[in-house]
Structure formats: structure tokens, C-alpha cells
Design a binder for this molecule. Structure first.
Ligand code: AMP
Length: 369
């Protein structure tokens, strides 16, 4: 069964075609600058057409016709509290994704555009939504509620949702396979350290806590996001800097984290380069690395306590997969205070494969009905 996996952003659409029975990728690519000035691709509908044309091109394509595609799996960032797992897309599901655009205004609308474009271009082909938030829907109330008056949870759905769920689920399952134990018997801490960074406590295969929150801003120090912060600091910034809420939003999401501390870059590669030298920014870069590492270690301790034990710390995404020093450093610092035999493993993430797998399973179930 051929499954097309789509990840629509505001100005891009990534795609990958899988032979889902054999779990192999047949083709992948990205359409960029969607809807931007001077671009030949005006919207997500046009982008989807380009993708299908590329896949079916007589000379360079990998399939002879769009009819060979049996299902489409879409990345959808926010599924609120409603979607606890991936789901077949119906009119009702589309209405819900629209509703949760209020919680993810930059992410859900482009996914919806992609879903509607696929429905028009690949008529009758079943589509599946795979949510970034659904893996974390197993968190208990004690972990997902904030210490605010409870009416704000009811009024505004203000709570921790967590993100990167597809990646945390994929690497937790892969780690269990490598450790040779069923996931139901494992206590894992998964660390997704890439452009965005988050950690999850996975107890018996279920997310019981995660570092990102109502938005992806909470938790670890990231490339340009601050991570955890006393909310009173935001009030001071608003007052003293005379900034608007949108300027503060920009500051916390785009100018903070590794970039703000180092004064050099949001990219760990650049920060390591400067930290190794003797330039005017060397101290700041060393500090950025220390703060990044310190917060990860702090979360490991917290999540081990939350789960009452630990079998393995699992690292994934760009920073973990390419920087052995960082993983070794965390391992060296933490090993003496973790249970004897705690493993540290690096598992490359593959969110697209998981989306293809979910899509395949849901369509197979639908056909069997
Ligand atoms: P991802 O979001 O998983 O694509 O990861 C992207 C991030 O990986 C970049 O922002 C870099 O900071 C980081 N990265 C990639 N290669 C390296 C490396 N060799 N050392 C440290 N960080 C790296």
C-alpha cells in the first residue's frame, strides 16, 4: 500500500511517499515559498498539484498515476483534548481541527489547507490526521494543569498539551525494541534536541509528563525560545521595556534561548565553534552550552522522580544525533546519581515513518470493516 505523508507549514509543504507494507520511502521532497511574492506556487492547492505531478512524472516520477496512492497522512500540530490518537479525516474532524486553530494559529490552518487540497486533487483517497499533541494526552491532571484558578482551564482550555509527540512516541518504541523489552515494562526519558527541544517521561509506553506546555515555549532552553521562565519576568519586560505583547512574544520565541544567551547564533554548531576559540563571545557561548545541559539534567531528575525509576535516557533530533560530546557530557554528569544500569541511547527520529505507519493501520482497519 502506497501512503503519501504531508507536512504543511505556512509557506512550505514537505512530502514523502512510502511503500507502507515494506516500510520503505520511495520519494521525498519539499515545495517552498508557497504564496510568497514572486513564487510560481500560489497556495497549498497548487503545491499539492506539483507534488502529485512530481510523483507521477513520466521520466522522473516513481508511480504511474495518482490512483496508486491509497492514503494520505497529514501532520496536524494541535488536536486539543479531543484527539488522543491519529484519526481518519471526516467533515467532523476537519471542523475540530479548525476549532483548535485557536490554540495553534500558525500551524493548524496550513494543515487544513493541505487536507482540503488533497481531498480535491486525490478524490476519494482516505486521509488521516496525525497530531503532535495526541501522544501526551495520557498525562494525568496533576501534570497537565497549571497552578492557576481552575476556571481558566475550563474557560480557555489553558493547560499543558506538549508537542513533538510523534517524535517522542517513535523513539520510545524504537528504544524499547533496541533494549529488547516490551514498552509496557520500561521507564524512559526521551529528549528531542533539535531546533525545538523537549523532553518526555514515558512510563510503560505512555507519556506521563512533557516539558513543552500550552505552547512550545515552555521547558528546555531552545535555539531561540527561552523555555521555563518566571511569568513575573514577562510582566517586568512589558512594564520596563514598554513593549507590546506581540514584541514580547517575538522576544521569547525568536530572540531568546541559545541565540539570546550566546549573542552568536541559535545553531549549536556555531556556538560550539565560538566556545572553543578565544573571541569576545567565547564566555557567552560556553554559558549557553552550560545552561542548555543544566536544564536537561534537571528535567531528567524530575522525570525520574515522577516515574519512580528509570531504565534509559533516549536522545534524538539534530543536536543529539550530530553532537556526541553533548550526550556524553550529560551521561558523565548524571550516571553517578541514576539507577545502576540506566542506559543512554541515541535513536534517530523518523516522524514521517510513524505518520505513514499510523495512516496504513487506520486505512487497513477501515477496509477490514
Ligand atoms: P532538527 O530540528 O532535528 O533538524 O535539528 C536542527 C538542529 O541540529 C540545528 O539547529 C543545529 O543546532 C543542530 N545540529 C546539527 N548538526 C549539529 C552538530 N554537528 N553539532 C551540534 N548541533 C548540530
Amino acid at each position: 500500500m502506497l501512503v503519501l505523508v504531508i507536512n504543511c507549514g505556512s509557506s512550505s509543504a514537505k512530502y514523502q511517499l512510502f511503500d507502507a507494507d515494506r516500510k520503505v520511502s520511495l520519494a521525498k521532497g519539499v515545495i517552498e515559498r508557497i504564496g510568497q511574492y514572486g513564487s510560481s506556487c500560489s497556495d497549498h492547492h497548487a503545491a499539492m498539484k506539483i507534488i502529485v505531478d512530481r510523483l507521477t512524472d513520466k521520466k522522473t516520477g516513481v508511480i504511474s498515476g495518482a490512483a496508486e496512492i491509497s492514503g494520505v497522512g497529514h501532520r496536524v500540530v494541535h488536536g486539543g483534548e479531543e484527539f488522543k490518537e491519529s484519526t481518519l479525516i471526516t467533515k467532523k474532524v476537519i471542523a475540530s481541527i479548525e476549532k483548535y486553530s485557536a490554540l495553534a494559529p500558525l500551524h493548524n490552518p496550513p494543515s487544513l489547507s493541505g487536507i482540503k487540497a488533497c481531498a480535491a486533487i486525490l478524490k476519494g483517497v482516505p486521509q488521516v490526521a496525525v497530531f503532535d499533541t495526541s501522544f501526551h494526552q495520557t498525562m494525568p491532571e496533576a501534570a497537565f494543569l497549571y497552578g492557576l484558578p481552575l476556571e481558566y482551564y475550563r474557560k480557555y482550555a489553558l493547560r499543558k498539551y506538549g508537542f513533538h509527540g510523534t517524535s517522542h512516541r517513535f523513539v520510545a518504541e524504537e528504544a524499547a525494541r533496541r533494549l529488547g523489552k516490551p514498552k509496557s515494562q520500561l521507564k524512559l526519558i526521551t529528549c528531542h534536541l533539535g531546533n525545538g527541544c523537549s523532553m518526555t517521561a514515558v512510563d510503560g509506553g505512555r507519556s506521563v509528563d512533557t516539558s513543552m506546555g500550552f505552547t512550545p515555549l515552555e521547558g528546555l532552553i531552545m535555539g531561540t525560545r527561552s523555555g521555563d521562565l518566571d511569568p513575573a519576568a514577562v510582566l517586568i519586560l512589558l512594564e520596563k521595556e514598554g513593549s507590546s505583547t506581540s514584541a514580547i512574544n517575538d522576544l521569547l520565541n525568536k530572540k531568546s534561548g541559545l541565540l539570546g544567551i550566546s549573542g552568536v547564533s541559535n545553531d549549536m554548531r556555531d556556538i560550539f565553534k565560538v566556545a572553543k576559540g578565544k573571541g569576545p563571545k567565547t564566555r557567552r557561548c560556553k554559558l549557553a552550552i552550560e545552561m542548555f545541559v543544566y536544564r536537561i539534567k534537571k528535567y531528567v531528575g524530575a522525570y525520574m522522580a515522577a516515574m519512580g525509576g528509570l531504565d534509559a535516557v533516549v536522545f534524538t533530533a539534530g543536536i543529539s544525533e550530530n553532537n556526541p560530546w553533548l550526550v556524553d557530557r550529560i551521561k558523565k554528569d548524571l550516571a553517578p546519581c541514576l539507577p545502576v544500569g540506566t542506559k543512554f541511547i541515541v535513536v534517530p527520529t523518523n516522524e514521517e515513518l510513524l505518520r505513514a505507519r499510523d495512516t496504513f493501520n487506520i486505512i487497513k482497519r477501515k477496509r477490514g470493516r
